[in-house]
Design a protein around this ligand. Structure first.
Ligand SMILES: C[S@@+](CC[C@H](N)C(=O)[O-])C[C@H]1O[C@@H](n2cnc3c(N)ncnc32)[C@H](O)[C@@H]1O
Length: 259
């Protein structure tokens, strides 16, 4: 797969970092972790929040994207960033905080992944996760619709499986509760005022559209994006000020390991 584009991703950095703030805000003030891992750290925006809140912790960012890791290292020269796949990741020591903002939705088999990550915590450690829960939103339905209705249909047959549908809150609860002191799960829908339909396309080009665009030639990519823009333009009508409201549901989980 082609690498992520940190500059494109950072175009909407404030909006993307807001759930990272909200996730961090649910970690109790009494928690002072010594060892923290930021899984799927991307360009280091989430790592920076962790560094500000926990300046004395040993903080390691993990990602598979070299471009993202380079961007993160430039942002935070004093932090450690490692190239590793979360599904294979094993910390050298139990972690006090495992934090994953907007990354675990790119991994499949959460039934196995979540208990595994939880088992990497120290006693009393915290697993804090936020995942987009937007596969049923018009933004994602439109990707699948365009994929099924064009000359790229065969090529894109597998594009929709890159991101697994997140499990239900009840399922995550049952996966973690047997090993946890406390499991807190909530869901928030953000409504981002976007300047145009094209801006919504640009937002998605950096993330959810990647598996749909990468297998295509340059000219097909442009055609795909044009068809996608047409659907997005209709699905997100103009508000009174001309902006479009991008509804973005996200699932949050903060679970604490037993003492
Ligand atoms: C949407 S970005 C999130 C970046 C950042 N955490 C934030 O809060 O905005 C998702 C990141 O997860 C990384 N990622 C996806 N699958 C991964 C995997 N299996 N192992 C490690 N990193 C992964 C991607 O490379 C990307 O940088």
């Amino acid at each position: 797969m082609q690498d992520w584009d940190p500059d494109l991703y950072r175009q909407f950095e404030a909006e993307r970092t807001r759930p990272a703030h909200d996730l961090l805000a649910h970690i109790p003030a009494t928690v002072i972790p010594q060892r923290i891992s930021d899984l799927g750290c991307g360009p280091g925006n989430s790592t920076q929040l962790l560094r500000q809140r926990f300046p004395d912790a040993q903080l390691v960012g993990i990602d598979t994207s070299r471009a993202m890791l380079l961007s993160a290292q430039q942002r935070l020269p004093d932090c450690t960033f490692l190239e590793a796949d979360i599904s294979q990741w094993q910390p050298t020591e139990p972690q006090d905080l495992i934090y994953a903002n907007a990354s675990l939705q790119w991994l499949t088999d959460h039934q196995q992944l979540f208990p595994y990550l939880f088992s990497q915590l120290a006693a009393n450690g915290i697993l804090a996760v936020q995942m987009p829960d937007n596969l049923d939103e018009p933004s994602h339905r439109a990707m699948r619709e365009v994929a099924e209705n064009g000359p790229w249909q065969q090529t894109l047959q597998e594009a929709g499986v890159a991101r697994a549908k997140v499990l239900t809150a009840n399922q995550y609860y049952d996966l973690l509760a047997p090993h946890a002191e406390h499991v807190d799960i909530w869901r928030t829908t953000y409504y981002h005022p976007m300047p145009s339909a094209q801006a919504i396309v640009d937002w998605l080009r950096a993330t959810g559209l990647r598996p749909f665009l990468e297998p295509l030639s340059e000219s097909m990519r442009l055609d795909f994006l044009q068809d996608y823009l047409t659907i997005i333009d209709a699905a997100y009508p103009q508000q009174v000020d001309g902006r479009r409201l991008l509804a973005f549901p996200r699932l949050f989980i903060v679970a604490r390991a037993r003492k």
